[in-house]
Design a protein around this ligand. Structure first.
Ligand code: ACO
Length: 695
């Protein structure tokens, strides 16, 4: 895999004699990128291109080849990869388009199969190429290079990567590498995360994702989590509105559109999710250059109240509140401002600020151990000039060093751009707008905060697998996709989920007997494998207080149900104890095509779709994941005692763990929905459970 970034020898397959063609451009870029290794050309119609010796096929190349870069029409790629395999090449980057992206899925599969057979890793196809500033190498067809630095950027979109090359150069943002992964037929984000985690030159991994492949989500999550423990992972995931397109089944597990699942998975991975390209690179820059924030408060140092307030708002909104500075520090800062300045926080040096007073105040806050991080905002004015502002910052940094994050924003005209770039070169993340600076600083805080969070103990429940398997197997054998209420209760019970006391009754007399044992009041529900929401069709009777009422209710329920859904099968009824109402929560789960089992918790009851108060996590879960799920919701606040006594949170957590384990253990379950769950001060009981099987 390393050969993708750091090859010693390269063969360019399709090294064209025509200088305007991609194969020729790649070869030229490799030669001009300062690459120190050996380069070969492969072209059956040429013996030399751009001074590089060419061979008819990879097999004819005399020396070893670490990496083959392929730029021949798609239909020739399988043969080229086969030859690479026979030559012993282990990494192949396929620049060529014309595969899955245009519906040629079989051709792409063929290439991957040949590669697998030979133990080759394939990057692409359909990529713009790769830049690594350490090697250094540029084997893309774009003749521009990024600035060297410590951000690694992985992108599914080649065009985006190319345009960002210039955008980031303008701003002084440097890269360790840029990897275009295109159709990601083999090498994907997860592989590159594992690789870049080990790369000391890469301090931040920034990723642009359109969508992960089916079933790849968990691997990505695990690699991102592992990487986040040593360096920040920032993700821009496109397609937030996908949620709307997701087919929504009318049960709680499916409230999650796929974007919500990505959101949850990125949280679990302790990755930062950027909302825009600008945020992605602004944050990457700040994280690449900044150390961990110190213990004390963040400080805003400014000469304009307005920008100070704007920055403070952004910091606050992203969970970085500002505390007033200690009195003695305020006293010292007063030396650098007129009497009408403010030394609290934001520190306002006022319009009287000079380059010297900015420098002096900055030295004070950088030096004071009770300050965790510093944000400086200055606007272009007549005095000091943007150059003088930049000089003042650099001079303060030279004197004190950078043991805490320092982020600068200078707002003004074109002159500021150059100053910001020089500050970045001096190791100070700098931005035009105060909002960008504040959001970048908040991202630094957020990353280090998340990194400190524990990974948590696994939240596994070992259920009675044999019992659950038997019930699920029976339903499957009958070709059903929905378990009956009684079957659902039994599966839930097998996994330790407390369910309401119930009994199955095939006829009225058995129901009456069961009610006597359970004790009135009871509820009746038609036992059917065909209808999930029985209330809607009159299949449920609640609060039955006597045998007389039970007999009447039985007759009515059967009659109304049969009238409303004459085709539904009826096995009898379930008799359930009427439980006193508790707080109504729900726990659900569904199988996401990318991430696998996704578990949800939230405010339950019949209004669940309307209330939409829920949180999600991808299973397997840790205890911390479950704790976070509860924390994120309003329902969680009620459980912890909002205007009332605290309720049994532990019982709810156990149900979440049970549902997750059930989903992990049985691939054939497509979703589970325990709603409502009555939560009491002591204990919790699932009053209704639905288990769906894959069709
Ligand atoms: N082995 C070695 N060389 C070969 C082979 C082979 N099997 N077959 C052909 N060649 C040589 C040809 O002789 C030719 O060299 P010549 O010009 O000296 O005769 C050279 O390889 C190129 O072959 P062409 O058939 O001329 O192909 P062309 O250069 O027109 O196109 C390419 C090939 C660039 C790979 C094209 O098929 C393609 O896929 N283009 C799109 C690439 C792309 O956009 N990628 C995604 C980027 S991401 C983004 O969005 C920007």
């Amino acid at each position: 895999m390393w050969a993708i970034l750091r090859p010693n020898s390269i063969a360019v397959v399709g090294a064209s004699r025509d200088p305007s063609k991609i194969g020729s451009r790649i070869l030229r870029n490799i030669l001009s990128s300062g690459f120190q290794g050996v380069v070969y050309g492969v072209n059956p119609n040429a013996s030399e291109v751009l001074g590089v010796r060419c061979y008819p096929s990879v097999l004819d190349v005399p020396g070893a080849v670490d990496l083959a870069v392929v730029a021949v029409p798609a239909r020739f790629v399988p043969q080229v990869v086969e030859e690479c395999g026979r030559k012993g090449v282990k990494a192949v980057a396929v620049i060529s388009s014309g595969f899955k992206e245009v519906g040629n899925t079989d051709l792409e599969k063929e290439v991957v199969e040949i590669a697998k057979k030979h133990g080759i890793r394939i990057l692409g196809p359909n990529i713009v190429g790769v830049w690594d500033t350490r090697t250094p190498i540029n084997y893309s067809f774009i003749d521009a290079n990024p600035l060297p630095g410590s951000v690694a950027f992985i992108s599914q979109s080649g065009a985006l990567m190319t345009s960002l090359l210039w955008w980031t150069r303008e701003r002084g943002i440097g890269f360790s590498c840029l990897v275009s992964i295109g159709n990601r037929a083999d090498v994907g984000e997860a592989d590159l995360l594992a690789l870049l985690r080990e790369d000391p030159r890469t301090k931040v991994v920034a990723i642009y994702i359109e969508g992960l492949g089916l079933g790849e989500g968990r691997k990505f999550l695990d690699e991102a989590l592992e990487t986040s423990t040593v360096k920040p992972v920032i993700v821009l995931k496109a397609g937030r509105s996908e949620a709307a397109v997701e087919a929504i089944r009318s049960h709680t597990g499916s409230l999650a559109g796929s974007d919500e699942v990505y959101e949850a998975a990125l949280k679990q991975a302790r990755a930062l999710r950027a909302a825009s390209l600008r945020e992605l690179f602004n944050w990457a820059l700040a994280l690449a250059l900044s150390p961990e924030p110190g213990e004390g408060t963040a400080v805003i140092l400014t000469h304009g109240g307005g920008a100070g307030v704007i920055a403070a708002d952004v910091l606050n909104g992203m969970g970085v509140p500002l505390a007033p500075l200690p009195q003695d520090l305020q006293e010292r800062l007063r030396k650098f401002m007129p009497p009408f300045g403010s030394a609290r926080n934001p520190v306002d040096l006022t319009g009287m600020m000079t380059a010297e007073s900015l420098r002096g105040a900055l030295v004070e806050v950088l030096r004071d151990p009770r300050v965790g991080a510093v944000l400086v905002w200055a606007g272009q004015g007549a005095i000091p000039t943007p150059e003088e502002l930049g000089e003042a910052v650099v001079s303060a940094v030279r004197e004190v060093g950078l043991a805490k994050p320092l982020i600068v924003s200078i707002t003004g005209g074109g002159e500021c751009r150059e100053v910001l770039k020089r500050l970045i070169q001096a190791g100070v993340p700098s931005y035009e707008s105060p909002e960008d600076a504040a959001s970048a600083l908040a991202a630094v805080y957020r990353y280090y905060r998340r990194r400190r969070e524990r990974k948590g103990e696994p939240a596994r429940v070992e259920g009675d697998r044999a019992r659950a398997k038997e019930i699920l197997g029976r339903a499957r054998a009958e070709g059903r996709v929905l378990l009956t209420p009684v079957e659902s209760f039994e599966v839930a019970r097998a996994y330790g989920i407390p369910v309401v006391e119930y009994a199955f009754a095939p006829d009225l007399e058995t129901a009456a007997k069961a009610a006597r044992v359970i004790g009135y009041p009871v509820a009746l529900a038609v036992e059917t494998p065909d209808i999930a929401h029985k209330t809607d069709v009159g299949g449920i009777a609640l609060n039955i207080k006597s045998e007389e009422e039970l007999r009447a209710a039985y007759a009515k329920v059967m009659e109304v149900f049969a009238r409303n859904v004459p085709k539904a099968r009826v096995f009898g009824v379930s008799v359930r104890k009427m439980m006193p109402r508790g707080f109504e929560a729900f726990v659900g789960a569904r199988r996401d095509p990318v991430f696998g089992p996704v578990v949800s918790f939230g405010w339950g009851g019949v209004m669940v779709e309307l209330v939409r108060d829920f949180s999600l996590r991808v299973a397997p879960l840790t205890q911390d994941d479950i704790e976070d799920m509860i924390e994120e919701t309003k329902a969680g606040k009620v459980l912890k005692g909002y205007r009332g006594p605290p309720l049994d949170v532990e019982a709810v957590k156990n149900i979440v763990a049970s549902v997750a384990s059930l989903m992990e253990d049985f691939e054939e379950i497509s979703s589970v929905d325990a709603n409502p769950i009555f939560v009491y001060e002591k204990g919790a009981v699932a009053v209704d459970v639905k288990v769906y099987l894959k069709a």
